[in-house]
Design a protein around this ligand. Structure first.
Ligand code: EZ4
Ligand code: CO
Length: 402
């Protein structure tokens, strides 16, 4: 089953997406998400200029071999651009494999380990009252798990605070917006927010919080300790993710469960974290960690150390990645929780999909392959527009950590 054609489709139905479409000689096609938020065209070029020429004529059934060929054969291993490109190829090949065998991808991954996939939504507010009403909206929509973010008074544009009700988009078109940051104000403000949310919503709801890599290890230890009475499901990205050893300090000071990894692109980003049991949830995604082939290996490794998965699922991961994540979540034994941010109607129209949400749970559906398609004519009506994530500065103007 030879690959005969490949297209890299860049579109912007409300936000930018890069999608790889592979075609086989027997008329099947497979899709892979290749979106790297704020650096989209680098991956598009990596694919068109360097990877697609290697794919034409290859056997689409050789998924593992193609992964190894692109990873080891490039000499330059790892990095978000490379791994996103490899992830797109790998995802498209799993999609084709499912279609060729007429089964949904989760069946190829070992079948269901559970009946459905629990997801969490994003409740964001500009102040405490609007945060509480956002939590209520998600609870009323059936969510069992809700991430709670609240703007810190006096700080401009706290990251993670949405611009709409059930929608949230982290990137902004044009130049990178600037936000301000003060660790002192943040650490004082956040614990009472959770105290209030717990008081209003009771002990059962799973509550999560994303620190977006903003703290030092000892500050993160302090926040985790202050949040212990409100028993979070997880505290995410407490410190910058590249120094794995810093989690030893955080871990020493708090029993609040820790999640990290939305910026990881390889198993080598988390070997210490996993083997020393420094984290509870590993958040790498299908698209950025090199596809289903690579993410499954990370999850299998993590299972040995009681670390569960908690895949990133923001709006910058396209519906193709969302579908792949759901097939993965349904099948992998040590699944924990899946992030789910609803896409805009424009995005959903470009990517018709079989996955569904009901009562806080999601299911990838029974369509063969991933169960997602791309309407190329609709995609063509939404041309790319450069966009960036914001850059944060401390009150004295120093660029702050992500
Ligand atoms: O910052 O998707 O948990 N979700 C998040 C997201 C990420 C963006 C980065 O592209 O932290 O908002
Ligand atoms: Co996050």
């Amino acid at each position: 089953m030879k690959i005969v054609d490949a297209r890299v489709i860049v579109c912007s139905p409300g936000r930018n997406f890069v999608t790889l479409k592979l075609m086989t000689e027997d008329g099947l096609h497979g899709l892979g998400d290749a979106t790297l938020n704020g650096r989209e065209l680098a991956v598009a070029s990596y694919l068109s200029d360097h990877v697609v020429p290697l794919l034409i004529g290859r056997d689409a059934r050789r998924i593992e071999d193609t992964w190894q060929y692109l990873y080891k054969g490039a000499y330059w291993r790892r990095g978000p651009v490379t791994m996103t490109a490899i992830g797109a190829v790998d995802t498209a090949l799993w999609d084709i494999a499912g279609k060729a065998m007429n089964v949904p991808v989760y069946r190829l991954l070992g079948g269901r380990s559970r009946e459905a996939v629990m997801v969490y939504g994003h409740a964001n507010g500009a102040d405490l009252e609007s945060t509480l009403s956002a939590v209520e909206k998600f609870r009323a929509a059936g969510y069992h798990a809700i991430r709670v973010q609240c703007a810190v008074p006096g700080l401009e544009g706290t990251y993670g605070i949405g611009r709409g009700d059930m929608f949230y988009e982290p990137a902004t078109r044009g130049a990178p917006p600037q936000s301000t940051w003060s660790t002192e104000r943040y650490l004082t403000f956040i614990p009472p927010v959770f105290e209030r949310v717990r008081r209003e919503f009771g002990p059962e709801l799973h509550l999560l919080h994303d620190v977006h890599h903003r703290l030092t290890p000892i500050e993160a230890g302090r926040l985790g300790r202050l949040l212990e009475p409100y028993h979070l499901f997880w505290m995410e990205d407490a410190v910058a993710a590249e120094l794995q050893e810093s989690f030893r300090i955080v871990r020493r000071h708090t029993t609040t469960p820790l999640a990290v990894g939305e910026v990881f692109n390889s198993i080598y980003d988390c070997t210490t974290l996993i083997q020393e049991q420094l984290i509870d949830y590993m958040r790498a995604t299908v698209v950025h960690a090199g596809g289903l082939t690579a993410l499954r290996k990370i999850a299998n490794f993590a299972e040995v150390y009681h670390v569960r998965t908690g895949c990133h699922g923001a709006t910058d991961l396209s519906p193709v990645c969302m579908a792949a994540a759901l097939h993965f979540d349904l099948s992998v034994h040590n699944f924990g929780l899946q992030e789910y941010m609803r896409h805009t109607p424009e995005t959903d129209a470009v990517f018709p999909h079989a996955y569904s949400f009901e009562g806080g749970l999601m299911d990838p559906g029974e369509a063969p392959g991933l169960g997602v398609d791309i309407d190329e004519a609709a995609a063509g009506r939404h041309p790319y527009e450069r966009a960036y994530l914001p850059v944060a500065r401390k009150l004295d103007g120093t660029v702050h950590s992500w």
